[in-house]
Design a protein around this ligand. Structure first.
Ligand SMILES: *Cc1c(COP(=O)(O)O)cnc(C)c1O
Length: 319
């Protein structure tokens, strides 16, 4: 039996079995990690090194360039279209040094989404010896549950899909993620991962969470409903130069007229007791990534944004 005094199952067998059954995947084609962060880093470590290039769209998940740099590879960013990945720009940026392509779908921090046909076109255009890492941290928020991506990983030789318990399952603190792909890819990650990379408590928690698909369904529906209402509210602030980037995730990127306005709104939201993400280092200085919380939280966040923008308009007209 598992006790805190014994080491955890090094192969997360119960968890991989449950994941395999749920998604119709051979458990041997699954590897679990200390969050999907570990698996993203392992993918770069296994397949890229000094002198190589790791390709990603601009405005990608911040772990990708770090994963490249820590193995001595150069992160290369392809231009985007309306804050989302552009397959033509990605394919045009492939060189004979490209070893790994990272793409999150839906994407963090923009929330943008590419239809699977576009992901398939990206895969079809890549040389067979380039690894495509399809990061599905938010797949459970999609109507199709990201199933076409998993199917692609099951067929292709060079596609790794990563998933996490940190987002819709609400277990970020447990640090559990998983990846699936061709056996040679899974074997490569298994050879270089830590032997006890997922704690016993986290394995058990993830297995229990998987069994509660009602919670997942409820979270998906609630997120879509509250996100839509929040986006509508932001659209009504269009006269203040506010706009949103269409999101399929559990957050929305809200754009303000300029960086000082974004910073003032961030501070006003903080005063109301909420933390949102300002990402000037990623070229998004005019925007805030706002997580979709509970309905009453989003009302308070919306109130804070409205008051800050209206306050400025009032003090201006008073002059
Ligand atoms: C949150 C996130 C992850 C990593 O999550 P873990 O907690 O490490 O599993 C990976 N990719 C994207 C795009 C994310 O937003």
């Amino acid at each position: 039996a598992q006790t805190p005094a014994t080491y955890p199952d090094p192969d997360s067998i119960a968890l991989r079995t449950a994941l395999g059954e749920m998604h119709g995947i051979d458990a041997a084609s699954i590897v679990c990690g200390t969050g999907s962060d570990e698996l993203l880093n392992l993918a770069a470590q296994a397949f890229a090194g000094a002198g190589d290039e790791v390709l990603m769209p601009r405005f990608s998940f911040s772990v990708y360039p770090i994963a490249a740099l820590r193995v001595g590879a150069a992160p290369v960013e392809a231009e985007t279209r309306e804050y989302g990945a552009d397959v033509d720009a990605l394919l045009a940026a492939v060189t004979d040094r490209t070893r790994v392509v990272f793409i999150a779908n839906p994407n963090n921090p923009t929330g943008t989404y590419l239809p699977h046909e576009e992901i398939a076109r990206l895969h079809a255009g890549l040389p067979g010896d380039v690894l495509l890492v399809l990061d599905q941290a938010y797949a459970e928020y999609l109507p199709d549950d990201g199933a076409p991506g998993l199917a692609m990983a099951g067929k292709a030789d060079n596609v790794l899909v990563t998933r996490t318990f940190s987002k819709i399952y609400g277990l970020a603190s447990a640090r559990v993620g998983w990846a699936t792909g061709a056996r040679h890819l899974i074997d490569a990650l298994n050879r270089i991962r830590g032997p006890f990379n997922v704690t016993g408590a986290s394995q058990a928690g993830a297995v229990a969470a998987l069994a509660d698909q009602d919670f997942v369904k409820c979270s998906r529906e609630e997120n879509a409903r509250v996100r839509q209402a929040f986006v509508m509210r932001m659209m009504q602030l269009g006269n203040h130069g506010v706009s949103t980037v269409p999101s399929e995730a559990n957050f929305v990127l809200v754009r303000f007229p300029d960086q000082p306005t974004a910073e003032r709104v961030r501070d006003a939201i903080a005063q109301a007791g909420y933390a949102v993400r300002h990402l000037p280092g990623q070229g998004l200085g005019e925007a805030l990534r706002i997580t979709i919380g509970r309905e009453d939280d989003m009302k308070k966040v919306g109130d804070a944004i409205e008051a800050e923008l209206a306050g400025r308009a009032v003090s201006r007209s008073a002059r």
